[in-house]
Design a protein. Structure first.
Length: 150
């Protein structure tokens, strides 16, 4: 009977794996990436960004909640053939897909797609050093000459 606990652990693990991710799970996963931030945009979309570049959006008021992310052209072609997954409005031409509900793909697969979307966004996002700094009003740039009033 020593196999009994092992078998029950396997059943529990597979049951947990098959449960759809919830909004809080997706949010925690997205925020676990380095420099990831979140903000509400366009009214009711929760956007996850890395250095200003979006990598995942979730439509909060949609029932069921929809998730949108960027993928490779190969993944885009494969995913859009599946039920409940379609090209994302406005950005589908850039290989963004929209899942009509959080369990349109399995948990592990969703995590993989989110990670890849993050990696693609991070690769294109400007580095902190390359981002322009905001200037204070009234300060002249170094080397700039001011015109005198006649």
């Amino acid at each position: 009977m020593q196999d009994q606990p092992h078998l029950s652990q396997q059943i529990l693990h597979s049951a947990i794996k098959s449960c759809p991710m919830h909004l809080d799970d997706v949010r925690a996963y997205c925020l676990s990436f380095p420099q990831a931030t979140e903000n509400l945009q366009w009214g009711d979309d929760l956007c996850f960004k890395v250095r200003g570049k979006i990598f995942v959006t979730i439509a909060l008021t949609a029932v069921p909640q929809k998730v949108c992310f960027k993928c490779t052209p190969e993944s885009f072609a494969e995913l859009t053939e599946r039920e409940d997954i379609r090209p994302a409005p406005y950005v589908g031409r850039y290989n963004w897909v929209l899942l009509d509900h959080l369990d349109a793909v399995g948990n592990d697969e969703l995590r993989d797609f989110i990670r890849l979307s993050y990696e693609m966004a991070a690769a294109k996002a400007p580095s902190a050093a390359a981002r322009p700094k905001k200037r204070r009003a009234g300060k002249a740039r170094r080397g700039a000459t001011r015109r005198r009033k006649p």
